[in-house]
Design a protein around this ligand. Sequence first.
Ligand code: HEC
Length: 228
Amino acid sequence: MAKCTVKLTVLVLSLSSLAACSSDGAGPAEEQAPSLVVSTSPAGFPKGSNVERAPADNALTLDRATLGKRLFYDPRLSRTNEISCGSCHQQAYAFADPNAISTGVEGRTGTRNAPSIVNAAWGKSFFWDGRAHTLEEQAGQPIENPLEMDLTLSDAVTRLAADSSYVAAFEQAYGELPSESSLQKALASFVRSLVSGSSAYDRHLRGDDSDFGPQRKRGEALFLSEKA
Ligand code: HEC
C-alpha cells in the first residue's frame, strides 16, 4: 500500500438528553459542550467507540482533542523548540516515521522506529516493549526522553502557563491551569481521536464488498495463506 488515509471523524452528538438529567452541579462549560469526537471501533478491533475507551478521569471531548492537537504539533514541548510529537509521528505516513529510527533534539537519534499511533485508542499497552499502560502515561515519556524532546514536564508546564491562549484552552478543556496531568491527558485525547476504519479492506471485513473485487479477494487469500 502506497498511502494510508487517516481521517479525523467528528460527529456532532446532541447532549440535550444528558443535560436534561444533569443536576445543578454541571458548570456552564459542561452544559454547553456541543460535540464530542466519536468513532466506532474499526472492524476486527475490540468493541466500543474511542469515547468509551477513554478513562473515566479523561473523558474524550472535542475541546480536549483540539488542545491535544495543538500540543502535538508544538515544538515548544522540546527543550530546543525544534521537535514536536508530529516531527516523528507524521500524518502523511499514518502518524509513523518513514525513517527507520527517529531524530530528536540536536540531531540525537533513538534506537527504535516510531510506529503509527492511529487506532491507539484500542491499544492495551504502548511502546514496542509495552512499558506504558495508558496513553496518558505514554504521552509524558517522549517529552522527557533526552533523545527525543528532552524537556522536563515541569518545564513544559511553565512554558504553557506563560502563554495566555494555552491557559484559556486548558481552562476550557479541563477547568484548570496547565498541569503535568492535564498536559498528558490532552495529548492522549488527541491520540484517541486518530481513527482509521473505513478503508476498502475495513468495509470488506464488515461485509461490504462494493470496493473489494476479485483481484483484492485473491490478494487477501494469498496474503493469509502459507503459500506466500
Ligand atoms: C524523536 C521522535 C519522537 C517524538 C518527538 C515522539 N515520539 Fe512517539 N514514539 C517514537 C518512538 C521511536 C516510539 C517507539 C518507542 C519504543 O517503543 O520504545 C514512539 C511511540 C509512541 C507511542 C506508542 C505507540 C504504540 O502503539 O506502542 C505513542 C502513542 C506516541 N509515541 C505518541 C507520542 C506523543 C504524544 C508525542 C509527543 C508528546 C511523541 N510520541 C513524540 C518517537 C517519537
